[in-house]
Design a protein around this ligand. Structure first.
Ligand code: KIV
Length: 270
């Protein structure tokens, strides 16, 4: 049995109460999950952004429940401490609360994760209620919700203007009322994210939502400089692993071609 104290759902609520920031990053495989977990992150999200980052789709819409479960199982094996959350992919929760419950149940049972996340506001409240009443912790996701990218006409800031801002606050309150234990706010003005954060008793986790959310989340490959197809303004690059990888692979190619590798050190004798 490990001595590591696992982060649980109530710990995030406690962090908000204590004014302590919550840290979250995505991961989609065992190796990365292990590194991120060992670094001390509070929560790991198996985001459906894996459709872009891992599978090379241009949106998250083609991602299936089986894709999510496959990656979540690998991340579970690499995660000892962090609270593990998995995205419900497009059309696995919108059709009916019963269908949503069945699909969330599959994620929880098969990947043994701690919580699920889904996109949408007040219209998703019955789904969130059904799940939380059944014992499945849920995180909501508002603002620029990538599964609705075609409705928005691209990846654009949401919640600008008084009416849109009020609607987003109402949506956040509906999710809280339905039992969600946190809400991700993506690409919304910082002033609106602050209002939502002050209004809710549950934590907000921002991505492109300014500094006043209760926590922050980024896509791991974005902040490590490994995924270069989309480069949103809200991403801070903490490393340039894309360049490190290209250089390392280039050196390997050169050394194999020139016969420098494998040397005696990397070769077995009789
Ligand atoms: O899919 C994802 O990675 C997400 C985060 C960007 C919040 O939903």
């Amino acid at each position: 049995m490990s001595a590591t104290k696992r982060v649980r759902v109530p710990d995030l609520l406690e962090k908000k109460r204590a004014g302590e920031k919550i840290t979250m990053l995505t991961a989609y495989d065992y190796t990365m999950a292990r590194l991120v977990d060992e670094a001390g992150i509070d929560s790991i999200l198996v985001g459906d952004s894996l459709g872009n980052v891992m599978l090379g789709y241009s949106t998250t819409l083609p991602v299936t429940l089986d894709d999510m479960i496959h990656h979540a199982k690998a991340v579970r094996r690499g995660t000892e401490r962090a609270l593990l959350v998995v995205d419900m992919p497009f059309l696995t929760y919108e059709v009916s609360p019963e269908k949503a419950l069945e699909n969330a149940g599959r994620i929880m049972r098969e990947a043994e994760v701690d919580a699920v996340k889904l996109e949408g506001g007040a219209e998703m409240a019955p789904v969130v209620k059904r799940m939380t009443e059944t014992g499945i912790p849920v995180i909501g996701h508002l603002g620029m919700t990538p599964q609705s990218v075609h409705v928005f006409g691209g990846y654009r800031v949401q919640g600008r203007g008084a009416e849109a801002a009020e609607r987003l606050i109402e949506d956040a309150l509906s999710l809280q009322e339905a039992g969600a234990f946190a809400v991700v706010l993506e690409m919304v003005p910082a002033s609106l994210a602050r209002r939502v954060t002050e209004t809710l008793t549950i934590p907000t986790i921002g991505i492109g939502a300014g500094p006043d959310c209760d926590g922050q989340v980024l896509v791991l490959q974005d902040m490590l400089g490994m995924y270069e197809d989309l480069q949103p303004r809200f991403v801070k690059q903490y490393a340039n692993l894309g360049e490190v990888i290209r250089k390392a692979v280039g050196s390997y190619i050169e050394e194999v071609k020139s016969g420098v590798f494998p040397s005696e050190q990397h070769t077995y004798g009789d």
